[in-house]
Design a protein around this ligand. Structure first.
Ligand code: HAM
Length: 423
């Protein structure tokens, strides 16, 4: 019996992987412009990091983590997200002491969640995320949002919707929490077991429940917006002012709560409103997490960030029928006629490649016609043919495949000839 790929994962094959390369390159270039620096953390962490960081009443921690005991008896979890690991590293490596503050970091790598696979929802997916630690200025919230928006825009996406909300500071959240408990308590029996558990521990999570989504009490639940104190309101207003200044349009959605526990003040999501996009339209999510560093055992440090998955970004590009501008084809296909010429191409090919050109040759002893067909398949811009005669005269025939023009080039200046072309 053959073995198949695990559910919710995918092989990204040549032909498709070039899109990933382009997106990854764009993301890195954008981070360079915005001065976010890459941080690579391990794929697995101690399970406690996510229980404390993401929150033990969240779906991620309760249902979706890939957790196992290692041979030393430690509980280990494949990272379901990147923020808690970044903050763990920030605390552990004492980045709060760096002379350059805030510390601006980004990451690009696989995350793992045991979710029910469907379009846009994988068990292994790749997140690109950015985190800024050490600043309480709403201008950096706007910067983080604009970084995510600009990646989408640079790739050509147009049908985007940015939704923002404020979850307020600790005092505002506590007042809202009390109001939520009073709202749900009398009828909590009508809700699922998870929600019943959430009532005391974290009533905000009830609003995020997938099962009780349509219960009438959900719509009439007290909104955080009505419980924001003056400081939180001022913060949220400033953020909106900066977004407007950056020409980023947005909607305020007081029901946006996010699925992770560490948020306060700013919360946001970017969705695709392209027609025909699947049921899951959220492309990117993020927000402020001012207490997280302290929860993980570090000094009280403000933080804000976002994460988006490449899988959903690709789906959004598809939904808007956007073709990425991928460089296709190879610079030169080196064809040969006869044994002697064949041997000679071994070195010639190497010289071309070392000079920076993409080049290929035949390894299946194919006839010249089949070699030309192979060159076509590879979309070669030039085909160089080396035969017995050419070899004797120290020449090689180079054909420009788009114009059909052919020239004879001295074998000794073959590489220089390519260097003179605009490739
Ligand atoms: P999140 O909302 O859980 O937030 O995930 C962020 C993004 O990751 C989603 O908007 C979506 O694009 C992608 N994503 C999540 N789950 C899947 C999945 N199963 N398959 C494909 N894509 C998925 C976080 O992870 C936070 N760490 C974001 C953040 C950073 N907040 C502050 N800083």
């Amino acid at each position: 019996m053959s073995i198949n790929i695990p559910r919710g994962t995918q092989d990204i094959l040549p032909g498709e992987v070039e899109k990933w390369h382009l997106i990854e390159r764009k993301a890195r270039e954008l981070c360079e412009k915005y001065q976010y620096h890459e941080l690579r953390t391990p794929i697995f962490e101690h399970t406690d990091l996510f229980i404390r960081g993401v929150g033990d009443t969240t779906d991620i921690v309760q249902k979706e983590m890939y957790t196992f005991e290692d041979r030393g008896g430690r509980s280990i979890t494949l990272r379901p997200e990147g923020t808690a690991p970044v903050v763990r590293s920030f605390v552990e490596k004492k980045m709060f002491g760096y002379p350059n503050q805030p510390v601006k970091l980004y990451y690009l790598g696989p995350m793992f969640r045991y979710e029910r696979p469907q379009a846009g929802r994988f068990r292994q997916f790749v997140q690109f995320g950015a985190e800024a630690l050490g600043s309480n200025d709403p201008a950096i919230d706007a910067e983080v949002i604009s970084l995510a928006m600009n990646l989408y825009k640079e790739l050509g996406l147009k049908k985007l919707k940015l939704v923002v909300n404020s979850l307020g500071d600790k005092a505002s959240r506590n007042a809202h929490r009390e109001a939520l408990i009073n709202h749900f308590q009398p009828r909590i029996g009508e809700f699922c077991r998870d929600c019943q558990n959430r009532l005391e521990k974290n009533p905000l999570r009830i609003l995020d429940c997938k099962q009780d989504h349509d219960h009438e009490l959900m719509k009439s639940a007290p909104s955080i917006i009505d419980y924001l104190n003056d400081e939180s309101k001022a913060y949220f207003e400033k953020l909106q002012q900066y977004l407007t200044q950056l020409n980023i349009s947005f909607e305020v959605d007081p029901n946006l709560v996010r699925g992770l526990d560490y948020y306060n003040h700013t919360a946001f999501e970017i969705m695709s409103n392209a027609e025909g996009f699947g049921a899951i339209t959220t492309l990117c999510g993020g927000g402020r997490y001012n207490g997280l560093a302290e929860d993980i055992g570090g000094p009280d440090t403000p933080g804000i960030g976002f994460a988006l998955s490449i899988e959903r970004l690709l789906a959004a590009l598809d939904a808007e029928s956007i073709q990425l501008d991928l460089k296709e084809g190879i610079d030169c296909y080196l064809a040969y006629l006869g044994e002697e010429a064949k041997d000679y191409t071994v070195g010639l090919l190497q010289n071309l490649r070392m000079a920076g050109f993409s080049a290929e040759r035949d390894y299946l002893d194919r006839k010249i016609k089949a070699q030309f067909k192979a060159a076509d398949r590879l979309k070669a811009r030039y085909v160089a043919v080396l035969g017995k005669e050419e070899l004797k005269n120290n020449k090689i025939n180079v054909k420009n495949m788009s114009t059909g023009e052919q020239v004879e080039v001295e074998l000794g200046s073959f590489v220089q000839y390519f260097q003179g072309l605009k490739l």
